[in-house]
Write a protein that binds this ligand. Structure first.
Ligand code: PLP
Length: 415
């Protein structure tokens, strides 16, 4: 579901013509639909209404302040993974009691800042990290709430780079370790070890991996209960998949009806950390065709956006639909083309073997670019980062200015 659609041969975001936005803001340009973002959030919230969970939007998916504001002002909390993401949350005055903090490598400064802000809890990923948080909490004389991240060692059926719930990945701790910590939690008086956290991967389209992981968590929770350890929170992470090509992911309702039966009898406060599900289909990356190049072997549509702007295709060979923002009239070309950027790498592509009827100077839209798009972008090849626009209540707002050449060098020092 999203609000990008063709009306009379032109691509629109909600009621605004993409062509008009490109004329006004230039290319390449990320365009987000506020309505799509909120509706996804509400769908998940409503599907889980029975449990009144805390839904912490995963900032890494798209960390633009205006998007975070849109969600937090509608009731979302935030799932953060760095001091930088905490800084964003603070800028927005996000309620600290709605912030959870994961990451395998939290530094002392990051831990201290998060404790001082009073976040709801850390999702702890190792014994050394637990010790470090305990030490800093003691120094600050504050009792800090933590959840232990369980690595349930389940297959999630997604790309290896975004699988996080297998035993050989760097995330979380195995069942035995987690159990051991809970059983000796009294030895860490500055910590309230009261939650269990899991996040098994991203772009998971099937229900089964979530169920398998939850069953393992439930078994652990009941074993702990039998030993007198009562928990307060269960964080089931994010990971819900979306449609990029032909995937058939679960809807929020299907997901909830599949796992609610496993959660309802626990009597725990449930936390969710969705990212992609909320913003993935709520954004496009629009780009202009610079050249059409034909070699004896291939046709290339060379556009002004590249792998530095949207890394997913080159990083994971991820598929994104690519459309011309104005539907072509007349005969359709039969030749397939690779849509590529100007970067000096053969891995710099946005799409391969696509049927696109387009000419130089016209624009394309890479769909489903709202999650892990801008937030993973870089300045590689000294390319200024692109602008971002949010459509909200029938108006387009510039929510990040296009970088200029000065932005590229302003932190550099010539010696
Ligand atoms: N929670 C944690 C701990 C994560 O690492 C991630 C993504 O990597 C998410 C939530 C969000 O995942 P998704 O965008 O697939 O919902």
């Amino acid at each position: 579901m999203h609000y990008f659609s063709f009306k009379k041969n032109n691509l629109y975001c909600e009621n605004l013509k993409i062509k008009d936005l490109l004329d006004k803001f230039g290319t390449p340009l990320y365009v987000y639909s506020g309505r799509t973002i909120l509706e996804h959030f509400f769908k998940l919230r409503d599907a889980f209404a029975k449990l009144e969970p805390l839904i912490c939007y995963s900032v890494k998916a798209n960390s633009n302040l205006s998007i975070l504001k849109l969600l937090t002002s509608s009731g979302a909390g935030l799932d953060i993974v760095s001091g930088g993401e905490l800084y964003r949350a603070k800028k927005l005055k996000c309620s600290p009691k709605k912030i959870v903090y994961a990451s395998v490598g939290k530094t002392d400064k990051e831990i201290k800042d998060a404790i001082n802000y009073g976040i709801l809890m850390f999702n702890v990923e190792s014994i050394p990290e637990l010790g470090r948080i305990a030490k800093i909490a003691r120094k600050l004389k504050k009792r800090v709430s933590v959840a232990l991240r369980l690595n349930p060692d389940v297959e999630s059926g997604t790309h290896a780079y975004i699988t996080t719930g297998k035993g050989e990945t760097k995330f979380g701790m195995d069942t035995k370790t987690v159990k051991g910590i809970f059983l000796r939690r009294a030895s860490l008086p500055y910590l309230k070890i009261e939650g269990l956290h899991m996040h098994i991967g991203s772009q998971i389209t099937k229900l089964d991996p979530f169920k398998k992981a939850l069953k393992k968590a439930k078994k652990l929770i009941s074993e702990l209960k039998s030993k007198g350890v009562k928990l307060k929170y269960l964080n089931i992470g994010g990971g819900l998949g979306i449609i990029y090509e032909k995937e058939k992911p679960q809807t929020a309702k299907e997901f909830a009806s599949g796992i609610l039966p496993l959660l309802c009898d626990l009597g725990l406060k449930i936390i969710l950390e969705p990212g992609r599900f909320i913003v993935g289909n709520a954004g496009i990356l629009a780009a202009k065709v610079i050249y059409i190049k034909e070699t004896p072997k291939k046709k290339f549509v060379i556009v002004d956006a590249a792998m530095n702007d949207l890394a997913r295709p080159s990083l994971y060979e991820a598929y994104h639909k690519i459309v011309s923002i104005e539907k072509p009239r007349g005969k359709k070309s039969k030749k397939l083309a690779d849509v590529v950027g100007p970067i000096c790498e053969s891995g710099d592509f946005l799409g391969k073997e696509r049927r696109l009827d387009i000419k130089e100077g016209q624009a394309i839209a890479v769909l489903g670019a709202g999650a892990y798009g801008f937030s993973m972008s870089s300045n590689y090849n000294s390319r200024p980062r692109v602008a971002e626009v949010l459509v909200k209540n029938n108006k387009a707002y510039l929510i990040r200015k296009r970088e200029d050449y000065n932005d590229l060098i302003k932190k550099e020092i010539i010696i």
